[in-house]
Design a protein around this ligand. Structure first.
Ligand code: AMP
Length: 113
């Protein structure tokens, strides 16, 4: 499959990996929008959030829990952070493999553009 994030998960292309287990991998965004900008992805390919069956809800929970843990590991829990998963065109999704953005280290604006 020609998916850039599958290739990162398979170590076929490089990334700055921050965390990995059997199901997930987290790595630094190539174009960071904050001092800490990680992407947490499942190793299994799901194109969008719409494609994740409810039977895999625990995987979504694990992705969120990993973001929370990584924020704490990087000393960002108390000041705060943002987690975002874009979906399809109106959500601004540009890579068709689900990924949770973890952004931290500066005051983030709201609402997003
Ligand atoms: P989205 O717009 O929500 O689909 O986010 C995709 C993110 O992937 C963007 O923030 C990109 O900067 C990031 N990105 C694209 N290619 C790579 C890559 N090879 N390594 C790390 N981050 C990437």
């Amino acid at each position: 499959m020609d998916c850039i994030f599958c290739k990162i998960a398979a170590k076929e292309i490089p990334a700055r990996v921050a965390f990995e287990n059997e199901r997930l991998i987290a790595f630094h965004d190539l174009f960071p929008q904050a001092p800490l900008h990680l992407l947490i992805i499942p190793k299994a390919h799901y194109s969008t959030l719409n494609d994740v069956p409810s039977s895999e809800a625990s995987l979504l929970g694990e992705i969120m829990d990993t973001a929370r843990q990584l924020a704490a590991d990087h000393g960002m829990a108390a000041d705060g952070y943002r987690v975002v998963m874009n979906c399809n065109k109106h959500g601004g999704q540009s890579v068709d493999h689900i990924h949770l953005h973890l952004l931290a280290g500066r005051q983030l604006g709201w609402p997003p553009g």
